[in-house]
Design a protein around this ligand. Structure first.
Ligand SMILES: *Cc1c(COP(=O)(O)O)cnc(C)c1O
Length: 386
């Protein structure tokens, strides 16, 4: 259907807007576990909320519309979505993944999927020739772009050509950009993952996850899995995500504006060694990001002079909390070494560039002057510590 993106954020594609007797503008929360059947062999379309619930169905329709997919499935968290996704594979299957992924995905693959007989090649998908790693039993390629936390940009169209040539599924975790800035199906992806906890929900108050499909066959397999493993999103949480998505476009724009202002400040800050942000002109990822996304997002990573300075900043900001997560109204600072990437083996972490001098920042939608003033005072109070 023909709605533009911002309208879809509020109405989805329109067809399931709740037109019940009350005319409620806000989609109702159907807080029910089960549903009465008219008679044997008949159903209202809803039987039991592990299978489906109207509020969950509505958020699924909205997310499917935003990504341009045929279906979306809502899960209790991003990790619940990825864990259910892995049930598409069998013992003996092999997957190629980027080495620089969300730490929880790496933990799942290394500690759960491998135990279940699935093997992985964790490679640098931005630099290495992926084709060298394709084996007879390879089934899929799993990437994020920009990567977390080093913000390297992977050319999704190029990866999709390789996936198509070898009959592999291309799975893209689109959490960092959200469908507002990047639409992986248009670049050749087969499945899209979201941690809805981040930009979609957008308020640092609810966990959720999504798998978006663009084929009925994959959708049927995943619908079988969600009802079997029981990892679907609860009605109230579905409603919170529906509400969050309504403001996705204005939040994405404002957070990106703040991120750009913070990047400009950090580049000039003498105690910062390097800033990683795809929107910095002249960097490797810039042109690729420009060719496949309509913005650069609001996630950035920076390396400071020393571990001591990194630790000082984390305890000295007065406005910006030191907390895991991203994509919400509040700007957050994260220390990947001990937080998101604590379970990644140290040698792998260092190789990717996640040293103990690296901080990740998710820009929120506060006033940028306050954010920069807070970072400035944290940097300038460092000397006093020694
Ligand atoms: C947070 C995150 C996840 C995991 O999602 P949860 O909702 O925390 O379970 C997966 N991928 C990326 C890129 C993330 O940032």
């Amino acid at each position: 259907m023909g709605f533009e993106f911002a309208t879809k954020c509020i109405y989805g594609n329109g067809k399931d807007y709740d037109k019940d007797k009350t005319g409620a503008i806000s989609f109702p929360i159907y807080q029910t576990a089960t549903y009465a059947h008219p008679e044997v062999g008949q159903s209202t379309g809803f039987d039991y909320s592990r299978l489906q619930n109207p509020t969950r169905q509505q958020v699924e329709h909205v997310v499917a519309a935003l990504e341009g997919g045929v279906d979306a499935l809502a899960f209790s968290s991003g990790m619940a979505a990825i864990t259910t996704l892995m049930e598409l594979f069998r013992p003996g299957d092999h997957l190629i993944t980027d080495a620089d992924l969300y730490g929880g995905s790496i933990r799942l693959f290394n500690h759960v999927s491998e135990k279940n007989g699935i093997t992985f090649s964790h490679i640098d998908c931005a630099e290495e020739d992926i084709e060298n790693y394709v084996k007879d039993n390879t089934k899929a390629i799993f990437i994020e772009t920009p990567t977390n936390p080093m913000m390297s940009v992977i050319d999704v169209r190029k990866v999709s050509e390789i996936a198509k040539r070898h009959g592999l599924l291309l799975i893209v975790d689109n959490t960092f950009m959200s469908p507002y800035f990047q639409k992986p199906f248009e670049l050749g992806a087969d499945l899209i993952i979201h941690s809805g906890t981040k930009f979609l929900g957008g308020h640092n108050d609810t966990l959720s996850g999504f798998i978006v499909t663009n084929s009925q066959e994959l959708s049927d397999k995943l619908r079988f899995l969600i009802k079997t493993v029981g990892s679907g999103l609860a009605p109230f949480d579905s409603w919170l995500i529906l509400r969050g998505i309504k403001t996705l476009p204005i939040r994405m724009e404002k957070a990106q504006e703040n991120a750009k202002a913070i990047v400009d400040y950090l580049i000039k800050e003498p105690k910062v060694l390097k800033v990683y942000y795809p929107g910095i002109e002249g960097t490797k990822g810039y042109e690729i990001c420009k060719s496949q996304a309509s913005g650069f997002g609001s996630m950035l990573t920076f390396e400071v002079e020393s571990r001591e300075l990194a630790l000082h900043i984390l305890k000295s900001t007065k406005l910006i909390p030191f907390a895991e997560s991203l994509g919400g109204t509040e700007t957050l600072l994260t220390y990947p070494t001990t937080q998101t990437h604590a379970d990644v083996p140290e040698e792998v972490r260092i190789k990717i560039g996640i040293t103990d001098r690296v901080l990740r920042l998710s820009a929120g939608i506060e006033d940028k002057q306050d954010l920069i003033a807070d970072l400035k005072q944290a940097f300038s109070s460092f000397k006093k510590d020694i």
